[in-house]
Design a protein around this ligand. Structure first.
Ligand code: SAM
Length: 189
């Protein structure tokens, strides 16, 4: 079984826009407890690699030896550097299900969610190969249109979807950026 109900969301997103192929290298941000990691590991297969990052510890995925996990804060430069080192080259997909700890105050949670989404986008720009895909969760609210416009500049197209439309998490939206237009630019290059 899967570690989280979220696993089915990645399945739906991947079925909609085919972001993960066999043999791919995938980076999964906000990966704990590991449902997306399980789905990604199945889809990339034994010749692929999945790198998962979270603030929380992720229990080993005993069934998958193609998964590496990093415990760290994606808002910190040193964590992003560890992800770049682990990827050891360009990656085919960056997927982010990161969400803040809920304060209960929507405007605050929404602003934090957007900040995490922008961090995921920066990481994608450091890592994604030309043609690579990006999936990111963000809570609906102010400035999300600006964020979408920024993502649109870097990909062939962006699709917005909410796999949970009928559930309580209906305020979240996933942007899928398909086909990165340019190659990675690393700070300092
Ligand atoms: N996709 C996961 C799965 O299938 O099991 C569920 C992810 S859960 C909705 C969101 C995760 O984002 C939490 O585990 C949280 O710790 C992580 N997160 C939030 N802020 C983060 C940050 N700054 N850096 C890394 N992970 C973060």
């Amino acid at each position: 079984g899967y570690r989280s109900r979220a696993a089915y969301k990645l399945k739906q997103l991947d079925e909609l826009e085919n972001v993960i192929d066999r043999g791919d290298t995938v980076v999964d941000l906000g990966a704990a407890p590991g449902g997306w990691l399980q789905v990604a590991a199945e889809r990339v297969g034994p010749d692929g690699t999945v790198i998962g990052v979270d603030l929380q510890r992720i229990d080993d995925l005993a069934d998958h030896d193609n998964v590496e996990t990093i415990r760290g804060d994606m808002t910190e430069e040193r964590t992003r550097e560890r992800v770049v080192d682990a990827a050891d080259g360009t990656v085919d997909a960056v997927v982010s299900d990161m969400a803040p700890n809920m304060s209960g105050e929507y405007s605050l949670d929404q602003a934090r969610s957007l900040h995490l989404a922008r961090q995921a986008f920066e990481t994608a720009l450091e890592l994604l190969d030309t043609g690579g895909d990006f999936v990111v969760k963000v809570f609906e609210g102010p400035d999300v249109d600006d964020f979408r416009a920024d993502v649109e500049e870097e990909f062939q197209y962006v699709r917005a979807t909410n796999p949970n439309a009928s559930r309580d998490e209906s305020s979240e939206v996933y942007f899928i950026g398909k086909g990165r237009l340019t190659a990675p630019v690393r700070p300092g290059d």
